[in-house]
Design a protein around this ligand. Structure first.
Ligand code: NAD
Ligand code: UDP
Length: 329
């Protein structure tokens, strides 16, 4: 049969790098692709010594060429944190639309199966809790999060169109808040924000009154769910996430306990359109993939905290965010 070849976009990012590890371990030839706009080569440095890994520094919103055979494509390239996509809204729209179109074209051409990373953000600020895949969502297209949410909704639509019109084998995973080692300490998402603040001895910033909820999934559980979905024959969207819902206030208190910080909580303004509740209905994942999360928050947070503590001191400096100015918009 020969070795299976898989293209993973967003390879230098948080989730992409964990996917590279998983498929290398499964014996695939892994082709990583990333333009490093929010990613970090340190996340995949350890793979370069391997024969079954190669890497292209490329913007997938431009034509994508891969020589040779390709059996699978995982499209994970996209800014993912609200702070990132607010700073680079046009690239966010482009990678979800033009990038996805390019990769679907490649999948069609190579006869490859393609899985796209969609998100709970397609449900917007949901009026239904928990969110099942049948819920169509409550998204403000012209609000600040619209650039991400609508790019992802378009991504699902074009993926489904390539499936039904061109017969491309496609898979859609709707990922709910996931955390773990290799998140960027300064990407603005709530977990690295709180842990970074604790490690720097700063106050912890809760946006709004902290009554909004999220449900946090440990990265290993997510990767297993994605692997199973890719190997399944199910082309409709599937939620993957941990249904253990918690308020941001409670989450903050857990981080305070975990880190032993003596700093206080300060309250800041709630960002516009910040979803008030979020919890995956994972009935489908359970039934179709036989999947459910295994790692509880206490365990997952401990591993993640150890990772952040092990980073070199420079990583902790309060360089606010990445410098995006060198990227072509
Ligand atoms: P991340 O920022 O760590 O990784 C994204 C990667 O994509 C980065 O390495 C970045 O440099 C790369 N990238 C962005 N635009 C690109 C382009 N045009 N060409 C090539 N590479 C590009 O974020 P993440 O958390 O790993 O998210 C990965 C994917 O999963 C995204 O599609 C995101 O929308 C989705 N997702 C993540 C979560 C989560 O909780 N982590 C939740 C829902 C959806
Ligand atoms: N949040 C917060 N303090 C922070 C960063 C985020 O209270 O320093 C809140 C944010 O308003 C949201 C939740 O934490 O309600 C999760 O935010 P995140 O940016 O991680 O992702 P989201 O789930 O909103 O996409």
């Amino acid at each position: 049969m020969g070795q299976k070849r898989i293209l993973i976009t967003g390879a230098a990012g948080f989730l992409g790098s964990h996917l590279c590890d998983r498929f290398v371990k499964e014996g695939y030839h892994v082709i990583g692709m990333d333009n490093l706009i929010t990613g970090d080569m340190a996340n995949i440095e350890h793979l370069f010594k391997l024969e079954n890994f190669e890497f292209y520094n490329h913007d997938v919103s431009k034509f994508v060429h891969i020589p040779g055979k390709l059996h699978y494509i995982l499209h994970f390239a996209s800014p993912a944190s609200p702070i990132d996509y607010l700073k680079i809204p046009i690239q966010t729209l482009k990678v979800g639309s033009l990038g996805t179109h390019n990769l679907l074209g490649l999948a069609r051409n190579k006869n490859a199966r393609m899985l796209i990373a969609s998100t709970s953000e397609v449900y917007g600020d949901p009026n239904v809790n928990p969110q099942p895949e049948e819920y169509w969502g409550n998204v403000n297209p012209v609000g600040p999060r619209g650039v991400y949410d609508e790019a992802k909704r378009f991504q699902e639509a074009i993926t489904m169109a390539y499936h039904t019109f061109h017969g491309v084998e496609t898979r859609i995973v709707r990922i709910f808040n996931t955390y773990g080692p290799r998140m960027r300490l300064n990407d603005g998402r709530v977990l690295p924000a709180f842990i970074g603040q604790a490690l720097r001895g700063e106050d912890l910033t809760i946006f709004g009154d902290g009554s909004q909820t999220r449900s946090f999934c440990y990265v290993d559980d997510l990767i297993e769910g994605i692997y199973r979905l890719l190997m399944s024959d199910y082309a409709q969207p599937v939620n993957i996430g941990n249904p253990d819902e918690i308020t941001i206030k409670q989450f903050c208190e857990e981080i305070i306990k975990l880190t032993g910080t003596t700093q206080k909580i300060v309250y800041k303004e709630l960002p516009q359109d910040d979803p008030k509740q979020r919890r995956p209905d994972i009935t489908k994942a359970r039934a179709i993939l036989g999947w459910e999360p295994k790692v509880g928050r206490a365990e997952g947070l401990k591993i993640t905290y150890e990772y952040f503590k092990s980073l070199p001191a420079e990583a902790l400096e309060k360089i606010d965010h990445k410098d995006f100015t060198t990227f072509n918009r």
